[in-house]
Design a protein around this ligand. Structure first.
Ligand SMILES: NC(=O)c1ccc[n+]([C@@H]2O[C@H](COP(=O)([O-])OP(=O)(O)OC[C@H]3O[C@@H](n4cnc5c(N)ncnc54)[C@H](OP(=O)(O)O)[C@@H]3O)[C@@H](O)[C@H]2O)c1
Length: 217
């Protein structure tokens, strides 16, 4: 697990790509237009590459999917099923609809009893999707600093090995993790993005993360 592909030219792709470089991985970032990542590549220098979605997916032993939710199916198609087969896909996407938020509450284009990750897992059945990084703002994805308290990243997915890889990465990035089970749990994890965004959209407060408090015996 040395080579990571980050499929996405937005802020999440940038933060996670930089995080993986900081934590010693080789990184290739993917875009439909790799030229737009030239500045990033130059600044990141060593161990940083850029390419198309399919070149990145081919390069990565682990792949981060960090594209616009409504374009995720198209991005998976462009990555190519063969390039994703058998690999861990850390899915940071959220199914945010185009409609404006209602009193700070984002609209989703998925229904309550489905999720974007389930759609993607069906589309690429040999890929091992793990929901991760979807329920926190990009500023806190790598080495989150909450005065010594580790926030919780909720993950889910069908493949145990893929989730073990996700947990290893998240621990290196300073998170504690809670495995919520199979791919269907994305129906519960993806909406955390809506909850996380409400203070931001209503009051411009964006500096928080979720923590699962436990009273286990
Ligand atoms: N922003 C946050 O803090 C945050 C936090 C948690 C989760 N997320 C989720 O992370 C994902 C990425 O968010 P972001 O803000 O970094 O970027 P974004 O603007 O949502 O997505 C940018 C990426 O989407 C791709 N894209 C857009 N339209 C496309 C299309 N028609 N076909 C294929 N690809 C297309 C772009 O490809 P090109 O490179 O080819 O232009 C680019 O790589 C989203 O699903 C978001 O909900 C965001």
């Amino acid at each position: 697990m040395e080579k990571v592909a980050v499929v996405g030219s937005g802020i999440v792709g940038q933060v996670l790509a930089d995080g993986f470089l900081t934590h010693g991985f080789e990184v290739m970032r993917g875009s439909r237009d790799p030229g737009k990542l030239a500045d990033w590549r130059q600044k990141a220098r060593a161990r940083a590459r850029t390419g198309t979605f399919s070149e990145a997916a081919c390069f990565g032993e682990v792949i981060v999917l960090a594209v616009k939710g409504s374009a995720a199916a198209s991005a998976v198609e462009l990555c190519g099923a063969a390039n994703l087969a058998g690999k861990t896909i850390l899915d940071a996407t959220n199914p945010i609809a185009e409609e404006p938020p209602v009193n700070g509450v984002l609209s989703f284009f998925t229904g309550a009893n489905e999720s974007l990750m389930e759609r993607l897992q069906k589309q690429a059945p040999e890929a091992c999707f793990v929901k991760a990084f979807s329920c926190v703002g990009s500023a806190f994805m790598v080495n989150p600093d909450f005065a010594g308290v580790k926030p919780t990243m909720f993950i889910c997915g069908n493949d145990g090995n893929a989730k073990r890889q996700a947990v290893e990465i998240l621990h290196r990035f300073g998170w504690e993790t809670e495995d919520m089970g199979g791919v269907e749990a994305a129906r519960a994890i993806e909406p955390l993005c809506r909850l996380w965004c409400i203070p931001g959209l209503r009051e411009n407060r964006w500096s928080h993360a979720f923590k699962l408090l436990k009273n286990d015996p």
